[in-house]
Design a protein around this ligand. Structure first.
Ligand code: MF3
Ligand code: CO
Ligand code: CO
Length: 259
């Protein structure tokens, strides 16, 4: 499959899916408190997507994934499985990754949440990794390369003595969850695919406090840092416009409006 360019009609549908995914992240924040289980958070997201949004939680059953969202706590890099045994405690950091399908189109986005009071070093990792995503989004327009995106993320993370996970990347998205191209979060300027108007993809950097190596737990899904140190991730789905980018999963708390 090659890289598809979306029509105005396609983008209108992805805008709907993206807004729904963003809405789930807006809604779930109030429930992320000490004492809640990640399974309870999953249920709230699932029920909102299915009953209110009349949409489909894309993760549920995807390659056998057993839950509707991913909940990745502290040293978990991504793909954490919600569990009634995983109770959030004061000081935890958690990524919730929501993907919805509406009218056949996908919206994929994730956000970091803090549980109670978190240590300054943890908040800093969260903030820098969000800046990595924002700096990358700010570059997106026709004519730049994927390598430019990877480079800006890697440069900002490493300037802050963090590392960028190599084993997982962003991806094209549309009527399938993961499409071409792969969007690496590290790289060299002026290399790789040149962006064109109508391309739709995610950027979703995973930034580690320590080294970038990861390992998969015996559940076959949960990805953790090898060194056990914290990891932080933020994700948006976007479309390249004639002169910039439209963030399809922008939340109301964010600066992104249509460009
Ligand atoms: N939402 C993740 C991504 O950004 C993928 C999760 S796949 C799952 O690509 F099966 F773990 F849910
Ligand atoms: Co994604
Ligand atoms: Co995602």
């Amino acid at each position: 499959m090659s890289i598809q360019l979306r029509s105005a009609d396609d983008i209108a549908k992805m805008r709907v899916a993206g807004r729904l995914a963003a809405e789930v992240l807006e809604l779930i924040g109030q429930y992320v408190v000490p004492g809640v289980s990640t399974d309870e958070l999953d249920k709230i997201c699932h029920d909102h997507i299915v009953d209110v949004q009349k949409a489909i939680p894309a993760c549920l059953g995807y390659r056998g994934f057993p839950k509707s969202v991913c909940t990745s706590v502290n040293q978990v890099v991504c793909h954490g499985i919600p569990s009634e045994k995983k109770i959030l405690k004061n000081g935890d950091i958690i990524n919730i990754d929501v993907t919805v399908i509406k009218d056949g189109w996908y919206g994929d986005t994730s956000k970091m949440y803090t549980v109670g009071d978190v240590a300054p070093h943890a908040q800093r990792l969260i903030d820098i990794s969000q800046e990595c995503l924002y700096k990358a989004i700010d570059m997106v327009k026709p004519g730049i390369c994927l390598g430019d995106i990877g480079h800006v993320i890697q440069t900002h993370a490493e300037a802050n003595y963090y590392s960028v996970v190599r084993d997982y990347c962003g991806h094209g998205i549309g009527m399938e969850f993961h499409e071409e191209p792969q969007v690496l979060h590290y790289g060299k300027p002026d290399t790789g695919l040149v962006l064109e108007e109508g391309m739709t993809f995610t950027i979703e950097p995973m930034v580690n406090a320590g080294k970038y190596s990861t390992k998969i737990k015996s559940d076959g899904w949960t990805v953790e840092t090898r060194d056990g140190r914290l990891s932080s991730q933020w994700e948006h789905t976007m479309v390249v416009t004639s002169n910039g980018v439209e963030v399809l999963t922008a939340r109301n708390e964010e600066p992104y409006k249509k460009k």
